[in-house]
Design a protein around this ligand. Structure first.
Ligand code: NDP
Length: 481
């Protein structure tokens, strides 16, 4: 069976106590790899390596251009090994190979290229002062960054964190989710091959709670923690970080609203709404899992939406024609199945969907769920959507904002004023109008309320991964002639 070690200080290593755990392929439902099971001592070893690399190594002292060259080389290697990386994520968590190949891998390479160039071309403030001084800003690397990632877009979200941290000169310890160790390990290996000095990017495998992940968040030698995962885990990470006053960036869960107005382009609204809630089997923080459709087109929309959902090819994620794979693990499958099976008792009608082969849940559309139904209020993280009709714009906005989450929202309308009005009124970190998931990496990304703290992307990542320093200088007046 394949063995997946840690990557610490430039070496591929076992855990100090030799412990291992198994990674299960959710389609075959059989173990496919053994993984080094890190604990607090392995986390400590990785932080020590990153600390030494930062305090005495070349990485933070290199120019942006030289660091950028190495990061571009890493992006080249990601592209060259794209097949291996895509297969790693597909085997670990059941993502369709077509998505992993067409989206996750290219976006991961792009993350590295974008942040390498962004750091190199970044400009700071230069402030001529009335007092005969001038002030300017230096963006200095923060130090050791701990990056803790979820399993739904493994490589893509890991590089989203690692790339800006490295580009700004930090040294990193990455902890992938226990369900998705493989692509992070390949990333660590490729980093060595690309020429990152030892200790600059370390990958520690293992569990989060009461294990390697938690130990990383409690280590006082860490300067930044960037975390993506559930809101409950985010609270635990935040509490641990508070003890050392370590700044944290939290990208957490969501319960995205999707508003489709009477005047929407129906074909476009259906296409994006399908994508918004059923891609990656709904295991997307940004999922448009609460769909509100204006009454005038409710039935026409629902018919077309249901037909498109039923047409999605579900099954073996390694088959290039598959659009919907199994859920990532047995525990997660059982959780989503309970939501679907409990929905009828909460007043809902199942328009289509339900349990498929193995750990597959077919695209599931619910109507009539009660106001307090769990399927309406809680993040399901599966291919399940609750659909409601609305009459007025105000009613739709109030319904959309009726959630403790605030990661993102979508709206579909051909009315320009309405588009801007509603985008402004929605309580969310990102609003997509007539589209979904389109990203400019310069834009802020993050959520309000239970969806997170802080923003990453472009200058927002710069602010988080650096210590901006103000330098003030007096300009001595010229001596009088
Ligand atoms: P979890 O919160 O369960 O886990 C995320 C990571 O944190 C994993 O690596 C996990 O390790 C680790 N972890 C768990 N407990 C601790 C702890 N006490 N201290 C430190 N680390 C810990 O999330 P999932 O992996 O289940 O991912 C799904 C969630 O992520 C959803 O809520 C989703 O909405 C959210 N998400 C948010 C995004 C955003 O950008 N806002 C994007 C993608 C997902 P282990 O695997 O061992 O549990």
């Amino acid at each position: 069976m394949t063995f997946i070690p840690h990557v610490i200080d430039g070496e591929e290593v076992e855990s100090l106590d030799g412990a291992r755990f198994e990674s299960v392929d959710p389609w075959t439902r059989a173990p496919w790899a053994e993984v080094a099971l890190g604990d607090a001592r392995d986390a400590e070893r990785a932080v020590t390596a990153a600390r030494r690399a930062f305090d005495t190594g070349p990485w933070p002292r290199m120019g942006y251009a030289e660091r950028g060259k190495i990061l571009h080389r890493l992006a080249d290697l990601i592209e060259a090994r794209g097949g291996e990386l895509a297969l790693a994520d597909t085997t670990d968590m059941g993502k369709p190979i077509s998505d992993a190949t067409a989206m996750d891998v290219p976006r991961s390479a792009h993350n590295l290229r974008f942040f390498a160039d962004h750091a190199r071309m970044s400009v700071g403030d230069l402030l001529p002062m009335d007092t005969g001084h001038h002030a300017y800003t230096r963006f200095e690397p923060a130090g050791v960054v701990v990056a803790i990632a979820p399993w739904n877009f493994p490589l893509m979200l890991e590089t989203w964190k690692v790339a800006p941290a490295l580009a700004w000169g930090n040294c990193v310890v990455l902890k992938p989710a226990e369900d998705t160790p493989a692509s992070a390990h390949i990333l660590g290996r490729l980093a060595n091959e690309a020429g990152l000095p030892p200790g600059v990017l370390n990958v520690v495998q293992g569990y989060g709670p009461e294990s390697a992940g938690q130990a990383l968040t409690e280590d006082a030698r860490v300067d930044r923690i960037t975390f993506t995962g559930e809101s409950g885990t985010g609270r635990a990470v935040s509490r641990a970080a508070a003890a050392n006053l370590t700044p944290v960036s939290l990208e957490l869960g969501g319960k995205g609203a999707n508003l489709v107005f009477d005047d929407a382009d129906l074909e476009r609204a259906v296409r994006w709404s399908i994508q918004a809630v059923f891609s990656n089997a709904g295991q997307v923080c940004l999922a448009g899992s609460r769909l509100f459709v204006q009454r005038g087109i409710f039935h026409a929309f629902l018919d077309a939406f249901t037909a498109a959902a039923d047409a999605m090819v579900a099954g073996d994620p390694k088959d290039p024609s598959t659009k919907l794979g199994p859920l990532s693990s047995e525990a997660h499958f059982n959780k989503v199945r309970e939501y679907v099976e409990g929905a009828v008792g909460e007043g809902a009608t199942i328009v289509t969907g339900g349990v498929g082969d193995g750990w597959v849940i077919r695209p599931t559309i619910l109507t009539g769920a009660s106001a307090t139904a769990r399927v309406r209020c809680e993040e399901i993280f599966g291919p399940v959507v609750v659909v409601d009709a609305f009459d007025s714009e105000d009613e739709a906005v109030a319904a959309a904002n009726n959630t403790p989450y605030g990661l993102n929202a979508m709206l579909f309308t051909e009315n320009l004023s309405r588009a801007h009005r509603v985008a402004a009124a929605l309580r969310a970190g990102t609003v997509w109008t007539n589209c979904f998931f389109i990203r400019d990496l310069r834009a802020p990304f993050g959520g309000v309320g239970d969806s997170g703290v802080g923003r990453e992307g472009g200058n927002f990542s710069r602010e988080f991964f650096t210590e901006p320093k103000a330098v003030v200088m007096e300009i001595t007046p010229a001596p009088r002639a």
